[in-house]
Design a protein around this ligand. Structure first.
Ligand code: SF4
Length: 361
């Protein structure tokens, strides 16, 4: 489907989802309510799943959060990833509660006994752990050794945690090397990918508000994916996590790593346009988010590039004088007044979506 040669990493399974080994790149997000607020968690989990989120991570920061995990697990159809930081007891409780993956850094949880207890529990539950290295919280010794949070220091941190797992014979591992600095995040993942075949979860951490954060994530995650590196991704935004999922899929779609939903091809408009492309495209984008069937829809302002793009797309409209020519599969099928073009396009999109779903089922 795409032209990038994927790095073939070790395969781990999270719930029923295979990660690594050239399997499709999956999209993750993380919940924002307090984990114990079950009503809010349910709303958000349902919204994330409706948006196509394939793995949902949540913080398990105290006993109360661990206690409600079985309830939350029942709400979910996608795998649950429990995010633990220092408390190995919470990791054990989360595993017991049915978590499908634990995010924990073994080097941060203390004695060998504790590490062994967590890895033993993960192994008997057949779940992987994710080692998450963050440039902002590197070990003091590594900062002293490397002077600053460099790619080498981040990889050294990941290697340290991995070695601890391997000493106990545990290799069911996914690794994340995150930084808010895009260049650092790219360099760290490239370096790690040269040295190890554990699957990689990609993300630019604390990427910021939606506009900046989406661009930073698209560049950081997209650059690596275009080099074949990366097995799961998370776009981290200061926004509703559903937007993270939409952004994640757009990154995968733009690299042809996935075919999903409507890809809009629309022109920026110019003085030649005699129709309101901005208004039509904005309304269209908002009303097609539920469509999962892959298709291209062109919305073009005039006869210069309009007919060419519209003909190549599954559906397309090319503007004229307050009207559009409607193309379907390369042929003109109607001339529509501007006032009706949005509704007609939506009708055709739904129709195409239903027929494609029938064909594929
Ligand atoms: S398609 Fe027409 S309106 Fe749109 S940018 Fe090109 S020339 Fe301008």
């Amino acid at each position: 489907m795409n032209q990038f040669k994927r790095r073939i990493s070790k395969i781990v399974t999270v719930g029923k989802l295979p990660v690594g080994g050239g399997f499709p790149v999956s999209v993750q997000s993380m919940t924002t309510p307090h984990t114990t607020d079950l009503a809010a968690m349910k709303r958000q989990i349902q919204a994330l799943e409706a948006a196509g989120c394939q793995l949902i991570r949540m913080t398990v920061s105290d006993d109360a959060a661990a206690f409600v995990l079985p309830e939350i697990k029942k709400m979910m159809t996608v795998p649950l990833v429990a995010d633990i930081h220092f408390d190995y007891r919470l990791a054990l409780k989360a595993i017991d509660a049915g978590a499908d993956k634990i995010r924990i850094n073994p080097g941060n949880i203390g004695s060998k006994d504790r590490i062994q207890a967590v890895l033993k529990a993960a192994r008997s539950a057949k779940i992987p752990i994710r080692i998450g290295v963050n440039a902002g919280s590197l070990e003091k010794e590594l900062l002293e050794q490397y002077g600053h949070p460099s790619a080498e220091a981040m990889v050294a941190s990941a290697t340290r945690h991995i070695q601890i797992c391997e000493e106990f014979g545990f290799e069911d591992i996914v690794v994340a090397l995150k930084a808010s600095n895009v260049a650092l995040m790219i360099a760290a993942n490239r370096l790690f990918a040269e040295q190890s075949n554990y699957p990689l979860h990609l993300g630019v951490t604390e990427a910021g508000p939606p506009w900046q954060g989406t661009i930073k994530s698209a560049i950081g995650i997209g650059t690596l994916l275009a080099e074949g590196i990366g097995d799961t991704i998370r776009v981290s935004l200061t926004d509703n996590p559903v937007q993270e999922v939409h952004a994640g899929f757009e990154i995968l779609k733009s690299l042809d790593l996935i075919k999903k939903g409507v890809t809009i091809i629309s022109c920026p408009t110019c003085g030649r346009a005699d129709v309101d492309i901005f208004g039509i495209v904005t309304a269209l984008e908002n009303r097609i988010k539920h469509i999962q069937t892959p298709m291209t829809v062109a919305v073009m302002g005039c006869a210069v590039n309009g007919p060419g793009e519209a003909r190549e797309a599954d559906l397309g409209v090319a503007g004229g004088k307050k009207s559009f020519l409607l193309f379907k599969k390369g042929a003109i099928i109607a001339k529509i007044p501007e006032s009706q073009v949005l509704e007609r396009l939506l009708e055709e999109i739904e129709h195409l979506s239903e027929s494609k779903e029938e064909i594929s089922s």
